[in-house]
Design a protein around this ligand. Structure first.
Ligand SMILES: *Cc1c(COP(=O)(O)O)cnc(C)c1O
Length: 411
């Protein structure tokens, strides 16, 4: 090599030094690549991009992304995983991989909004029909499955109104009817329940076919990374998802993958802390005059609470597990302007989308424009969603108190 590398520009690229092997550290290295170098043409010809036994091109994986995929499999109990640039890309990857012209997809009416709007705009453009079902009504889902139904989306709970569905019963139904189930598991995060083992006995007798996860939320934990994952326990399903993933060119950056790997060891501790603070504040808000309903699946009386209890109630030594997310319904006697003033008056809570980071967030939602059918389980009023961060819960309660008083008068 020395003989050929005569010029400086060549020598600083093709340098003979190789760092000694045997470096071991807790952190996973950031392996960056578009090009991956093969030792020979024979190796180039024999390596398969679908096969994780080797490397072919940065888009198809590096040691950094493979490691993150495997650790996420450990978190959610999957066998195969692909990483995508956002949670929404994970939803798109599933729907576009599994649906074709003439097919139908069922989506819960309380689903993450962009999943529904993708169906309305993009899937419709390909002649794929979508039908909305009531997440709390298994009979409604059963009635809407037709011979053309290829995919049922599930979300437990809905990410704004937090109704907790009867997930095991819905999965049982879809299995009996031969329909693939895909769960948006961002809320559960692999911690509140095991999506591929809904009977909870390790048998995998009952589980969803696909679990997608917005890693943007708890796995990232910092509000600074966008990423998603699509997980399966079926090589055949994984293959279909992986193929579309490749054709759409959905890779993730190594620095982002490393950021998630760095946060992953603390996810369980953070999830518990978010959960504990959220329950404290949700219970306290139940007592406050302007609030007519608190939507938090771990609270008695919240829609689908019994389903949450059955699926997540045994976690954390019987405390049950839930994310740091809840909504309140503000009484109709208060105007939208007053609700907006309440959100604006909050100081520690910031106004913004997403969740799972250290900062508490608030967003008001206009449910009427978000639902095909109003839910009988929800009280009329204005919905305000809170994502509880990692601040001290007493400070957050003080912030809520001052903002409630400013907007609605003395408590
Ligand atoms: C945030 C979120 C997504 C989308 O994730 P992004 O990374 O923001 O695209 C999907 N589903 C749920 C339930 C979410 O909360």
């Amino acid at each position: 090599m020395k003989d050929l590398a005569q010029h400086l520009s060549t020598r600083i690229i093709h340098h003979d030094y190789v760092a000694p092997e045997g470096f071991v550290a807790p952190a996973i290295a950031v392996h960056k690549a578009s090009t991956v170098i093969f030792p020979s043409i024979a190796a180039l010809r024999s390596r398969q991009w679908k096969d994780k036994s080797g490397y072919t091109y940065g888009l198809h994986g590096t040691p950094t992304t493979f490691t993150l995929e495997e650790r996420l499999c450990a978190l959610e109990g999957g066998l195969q995983c692909v990483l995508v640039p956002s949670g929404l890309a994970a939803i798109a990857n599933v729907s576009l991989a599994l649906l074709k012209t003439g097919d139908e997809v069922l989506i819960p009416d309380n689903a993450y909004g962009p999943n529904k709007s993708m169906a309305e705009a993009t899937l419709a453009q390909f002649g794929i029909r979508h039908v909305l079902y009531d997440a709390l009504d298994v009979a409604d889902l059963a009635a809407k499955i037709t011979p053309a139904t290829r995919l049922v989306w599930l979300e437990s709970p809905g990410s704004v109104t937090l109704e907790f569905p009867d997930l095991p019963e819905m999965v049982r139904l879809c299995r009996a009817r031969g329909v693939i189930t895909a769960l948006d598991n961002t809320w559960g995060a692999g911690l509140a329940f095991a999506p591929f083992d809904l009977s909870g006995d390790g048998s995998h007798d009952l589980g969803v076919d696909i679990s997608i996860h917005a890693l943007t939320k708890y796995p990232s934990g910092g509000g600074d990374v966008l990423m998603g994952s699509v997980m399966t326990r079926s090589a055949a399903l994984h293959c279909r998802i992986q193929e579309l993933h490749m054709h759409l060119g959905l890779g993730v950056g190594a620095n982002d993958a490393e950021a998630v790997l760095r946060s992953l060891p603390t996810i369980e501790l953070r999830y518990r802390a978010h959960d504990a603070a959220a329950r404290t504040l949700a219970r306290w808000l139940q007592q406050q005059r302007p609030v007519v309903q608190v939507l938090h699946p771990a609270l008695l009386g919240s829609p689908g609470h019994a389903h949450w209890q059955a699926l997540c109630g045994a976690a954390q030594g019987g405390e049950g597990a839930a994310a740091g997310l809840f909504s309140v319904v503000i009484d109709t006697r208060y105007s939208q302007a007053q609700v907006d003033a309440f959100c604006d008056a909050l100081q520690l809570f910031k106004i913004g989308y997403s969740w799972g980071g250290p900062i508490s967030l608030v967003v008001p939602y206009a449910l009427d424009s978000m639902r095909q059918r109003p839910s009988p389980q929800l009280q009329p009023g204005t919905v305000v969603r809170f994502s509880i961060g990692l601040e001290a819960v007493q400070d957050l309660q003080r912030d809520l108190t001052q903002a409630l008083e400013q907007a609605f008068g003395p408590l």
